[in-house]
Design a binder for this molecule. Sequence first.
Ligand code: FES
Length: 70
Amino acid sequence: MYVCICNGVTDSQIRQAAANGCREVSELTMRTGCGATCGSCLDMASGLMDDYHAARRAPVIDLPLIASAA
Ligand code: FES
């Protein structure tokens, strides 16, 4: 799906940029051109990157404390 019509940037390209370490919209714009013209795509692009990173964040697991053997 095209997210940035002005520059022909798709949701797949945005997820790929996120997978390659892109975390800020300004960095996404530099890498892909997304948002560089009218900017109306920036909220959706930011949401896609946030969703990507949130889905890959490691869950917090509470482990029981184990008494020291020393
Ligand atoms: S739709 Fe992305 S800059 Fe216009």
